[in-house]
Every structure is written in C-alpha cells, then in structure tokens.
Design a protein around this ligand. Structure first.
Ligand SMILES: NC(=O)c1ccc[n+]([C@@H]2O[C@H](COP(=O)([O-])OP(=O)(O)OC[C@H]3O[C@@H](n4cnc5c(N)ncnc54)[C@H](O)[C@@H]3O)[C@@H](O)[C@H]2O)c1
Length: 558
C-alpha cells in the first residue's frame, strides 16, 4: 500500500453472490455515508437491465458503462461503492479505485455462491444471476470465472471470507478493517501506520495490531489515537515498572491530550489476585471511570493478566491496551487475550478471554529487566521457533551474541517474529476450543509439574519451560518420534541462551503428582506436545508415566 493514499471511499469487490450490495448498504448506514452500486448506475445510464445490455449490446458495451460508472463514483467522497464482480479485472478500473478508496474483497466458496445465487429465496434468479452465469453448468462456470479473477481480487487491501457470516457480520468486519487501515490522520493512510505493526491478531471479537519497535513507547499516544480510543486512561503498573517508565508513559499520553490516572500495585505473582482486582475496581469507581475509558497494562505478564481481568469485568468490559515490558509478556502473555487472576486453589483459575485494542511492545524497556527474567523469556521465544518456525530457530542461533547484547534491530526482529507466531495460533483458536492452541504448550506439561512441586518459588516460568522442553524432546526420542541429535540440538540452543536443561534436589514423583493434580483441578486431559523435528510437533494423548519418570531421572543432576 503506497503512502499518502486517501481513504475517501470504501470499495467492495468480489464475485457475484458474496453479498457486496447488501453489505455495502449496511456499511453506509453504519458510517452514515452514501451508498452506490455501480450496477444500478449502469442500468440507469443504459435505460435497461443488465441482462438486456449483454443481450443487445454485448459485454464490451457493458464494460464501457461500468467504467463510466466507476469514474463517476470515484469523484465522490465518503461513499461505499459496490462494484460488479468483473470490474476490477480492468487495470484502469483498479488504478482508479485504488487511488480513491480502500478496496475490500468479499470471498465465498463457489458452492456457497452457487447456493446463494440459485437457491436462496432472498436472491431471485432474474435480479441476481449475472448474464455470464446463464449456462448449462453454472457451478463449473462460477469456479472457472472465479479462478480467472482471483489474481485481481488478491490485489484488494483486505479480504473477508463471508461463507459463515451474516450480512451484518460482514458489514461489521468491513468497518473494522476500514478503521484499522485508515484511522487517524484525517483518513490519510501512510506507511507510518503500518511499519511498526508486527502482526494482527484476528479473532471473532476483534482485530488488533501488535506493534513492536525499539523506542516505540514514544509513540504510544499516537497509537492510542489511531485506535480511535477516546476517554481517560488508567495506567496499571507494578512498583518496579512504574518507577522506571510510569512518569514517562504518563507524559507521552498527556502530550497527546489523553487524560491519565495511575494505579500502582506491588510486584510479584501474589498481586495477581481478587484482592488487588477489587482495589483497582474501587479506584475506578472513585474516579468515576466509564465504559469508554481505557485501561493500560504497563508491565510484565502479571500486570497484563490482572489489568486485563479488570478491563474484562469492570462495567462489563472496558477497552484496554497492553504495553508489555518483560520478554515473556512481549512474545506470549500480551498476545491472545487470556486474562485472569490466581485462586488459592490454583494459578490462573479465574479469568476470561478478552482481547486488547492494541499491543505495543518496546524492546528498549528490556534493558532494565533483571537478567534472570530476560533469560527466562528467551525460553518462550525459542519455543515458538521449535514448534512452528525453523527459520526463527536458525535466526536465534545465528544471532545469540547480538541478542544477548540486546542489539535493537535483532531484538525487535526476534520479538516481532515470536509474537507473530503466537498471534497466528491464537487467531486460529481464540478460546482454546479447537485444540490448535495446544501446540503452545510444548514443554509446559512438565513445567507446570516443576513449578507446582516447588510451590512456584524455585523456577521462573521460562526456566521451568526450558527444562520441560528438554524433557519433551527426550520423550519424543523415547517414543521414536525424534532423532536424538535433534533433541541435543534443541538443548544446545537453550543452553546458549543461558537456560537450564537439568535440575536437582527434587523428588520426581512430586513432579508427576503435581502434573496429575493440575490436570484434575483444570478438568483437562494431559495433551503432550512432542517434537517430530524442529518446527514440527505432534500431540499425544497418553504417555506412560514410567517414560516420563525415566526422562526426568536422566535429567536429574547428581
Ligand atoms: N495471559 C497469558 O497468555 C500469559 C502467558 C504467559 C504468562 N502469563 C502470566 O505472566 C506472568 C509472568 O510474566 P512475567 O514473567 O512478565 O512476570 P512479572 O509481570 O511478574 O514480571 C517479572 C518481574 O519483572 C519486573 N519487570 C517487568 N518488566 C520490567 C522492566 N522492563 N524493567 C524492570 N523490571 C521489569 C516486574 O516488576 C517483576 O518483578 C505470570 O502471571 C503468568 O501466569 C500469562
């Protein structure tokens, strides 16, 4: 997308039967813009229905009318324009349209299009079925025409798959895409809005950007405004992080004209509790917070989980923003919308899925993160590579020294890539119902056992995950899934990043008992995520306990 293009209009393209006209009308109503269907304009100009233009004058004449209608539409502003399914194929039309608006393509499977056009009561064949489809085998023709046009549809700014969506839902998606791609700057789109975005998290409830950039904290005010968030912000942070960045962040927001309140809690996992959630509710009530006000989580994963939980529940949900400052929070906790607090009976037992409006990660803040916390965070970065991205693993291995020295460009690249992997998984399985998120649990089964057996006092989470990954790779080898050389390669990478690959002074049955207990409390089966290769996993429902004990024994330091 070129810089400086104006989003004066929204243009809806896509094959017949994808709901272009109805969705465009709906969007126009939502935005209070005008609506125009170029087919209606053609009929008006020609003084006869489209089928008759095709019959009497041929397709070439129809395309001339179409081109004229598009030219006329593009002279206007704040217009939602539905164009014919073949219009975008003409490069002159595409050029004009792309200069004058955001092009959104509506997609549907050929079979769905066929059903909609030929069998749904709402589409009568006389009015909806295009002349190009009046052939003996319309489904085949749809497939062929659609496949010919696909390269042109692919040039759109945004694509929405409509198969399972109602017209209202499609319109909602269009408005969301429009907001995301054109907000701020008086509708001026520029590369500046995109260049900091590492990825988008796309869930049913929300599409939001994850910004990653060294020094990006300075742009927090700008990004909040781009997200169309208005209202007073409440920064929630812990004492450590607030003392380093609180005043700075407050100043950045205030200089963008955003009012700021602050609430600071003690650091540490004990703060992630109902007790502190209630303290924050009290503060928000006292400050008369309203539903459009914004919570900003400034801190590590503990703050993200607690502040997000408050945002999800106070006034039945307020907008919120994640500003992660620990490595774990940047690549893991801030992406995916899992929020929650601990219960005396278990960690993270009370919570919700509640997506933020944006995530802004500034790796520069990692300069003050205690070394051990930083090292622990690398475990999650490495994990993302091990489960899904061999290239990331290679990048990490080739740049260990630079990454250890926190070289800005390398650090930002590693974090952006790792957060993107998390975002992709979460986008496919927002609420952990489809099993696709399970892959993120690589190393976590034993990590949970280790953490619980040591009452969360001995290992940082990433340290436990590193040991868990070593165990999972050993198990994978034991079950003939993974060559021992690959398991050893994994262990070497973990060691290069300063992570532990063994442990001592622990009763092994304490670990397995804690794993069983965790399973019971969470009413979950253990799904073992095992490795087949770097970047490739397999899920096993049942791994014999003697195998687990055997690998743990192998990993116990004398
Ligand atoms: N929601 C999720 O999907 C998810 C995923 C992973 C972990 N988590 C949660 O995240 C928490 C662990 O995250 P964490 O390791 O970030 O813990 P944390 O938030 O407790 O931070 C660790 C320590 O680092 C300090 N700190 C953070 N950023 C700093 C900075 N830039 N400079 C100096 N000090 C800084 C904190 O004050 C704290 O003392 C746990 O509660 C875990 O359950 C949630």
């Amino acid at each position: 997308m070129e810089s400086g293009r104006r989003v004066s209009n929204i243009i809806i393209t896509g094959f017949s039967g994808t709901g272009k006209s109805l969705a465009a009308k709906n969007v126009a109503r939502r935005l209070n813009w005008d609506f125009l269907d170029t087919d209606d304009e053609i009929v008006r100009q020609a003084g006869k229905p489209i089928a008759e233009i095709f019959r009497d004058d041929g397709e070439t004449r129809f395309r001339e009318f179409e081109r004229r209608a598009i030219k006329k539409a593009c002279q206007q502003k704040q217009l939602v324009i539905a164009i014919g399914g073949g219009a975008i194929v003409d490069p002159r039309n595409y050029e004009l349209l792309s200069e004058n608006g955001l092009i959104i393509c509506l997609e549907a499977k050929p079979e769905v299009i066929y059903e909609r056009l030929f069998h749904e009561a709402s589409c009568s064949p006389e009015t909806e079925v295009r002349p190009l489809l009046t052939v003996e085998n319309p489904l085949e023709r749809i497939k062929q025409l659609k496949s010919n046009r696909q390269p042109y549809y692919a040039k759109s700014d945004w694509t929405i798959h409509t198969d399972c969506l109602s017209i209202g839902e499609v319109a909602e998606e269009i408005v969301r895409a429009w907001k995301l791609l054109s907000r701020g700057d008086n509708c001026q789109r520029s590369n500046a809005s995109y260049k900091d975005i590492a990825c988008l998290v796309k869930t049913a409830a929300q599409i939001y950007p994850v910004y990653v950039g060294y020094g990006l904290l300075d742009k927090l005010g700008e990004k909040v405004m781009k997200a169309d968030l208005t209202g007073t912000t409440t920064i929630i942070s812990d004492e450590n992080v607030f003392s380093l960045y609180g005043i700075k962040v407050k100043g950045i927001l205030e200089s963008s004209g955003i009012p700021v309140n602050t609430f600071v809690v003690p650091p540490g996992e004990e703060t992630k509790s109902m007790n502190y959630a209630v303290k924050i509710y009290d503060f928000l009530i006292e400050h008369r917070a309203e539903r459009d006000d914004i919570i900003i989580a400034l801190g590590g994963g503990m703050i993200g989980d607690l502040a997000g939980f408050v945002a999800a529940t106070f006034l039945r949900g307020m907008p919120w923003i994640q500003v992660p400052t620990s490595l774990i929070a940047m690549v893991d906790a801030s992406v995916g919308g899992k929020v929650g607090i601990n219960h005396p009976k278990g960690k993270n037992l009370v919570g919700a899925f509640y997506q933020p409006s944006l995530v802004l990660a500034d790796p520069q803040t990692l300069r003050t993160l205690p070394r051990r916390e930083l090292t622990s965070g690398w475990a999650e970065v490495i994990k993302h590579g091990l489960i899904l991205d061999e290239e990331l693993v290679q990048f990490l291995e080739s740049n260990v020294d630079g990454l250890m020295k926190l070289e800005p460009e390398l650090l930002a690249q590693a974090i952006a890539r790792s957060a993107t992997i998390k975002a992709q998984v979460v986008s496919q399985d927002e609420k952990e119902r489809e099993g696709k998120r399970t892959v993120l649990n690589y190393g976590h089964t034993i990590a949970h056992g280790l953490e619980a057996a040591t009452r969360y006092r001995r290992f940082l989470h990433g340290e436990a995950v590193a040991i868990g990954m070593v165990a999972a790779a050993k198990l994978s080898h034991r079950l003939d899934l993974l060559p021992s050389a690959t398991a050893e390669h994994q262990d070497a990478i973990l060691q290069k990043f300063g992570l532990p690959i063994e442990f001592s002074d622990l009763d092994l049955t304490d670990i397995t008992t804690a794993m069983e207990l965790d399973k019971k409390v969470k009413e979950k089966e253990i799904h073992w995520v095992l490795l087949e290769d770097i970047g490739r996993t397999v899920i096993h429902g049942n791994v014999p306990q003697q195998d687990v004990l055997a690998v743990l024994r192998e990993m116990t330091k004398a």
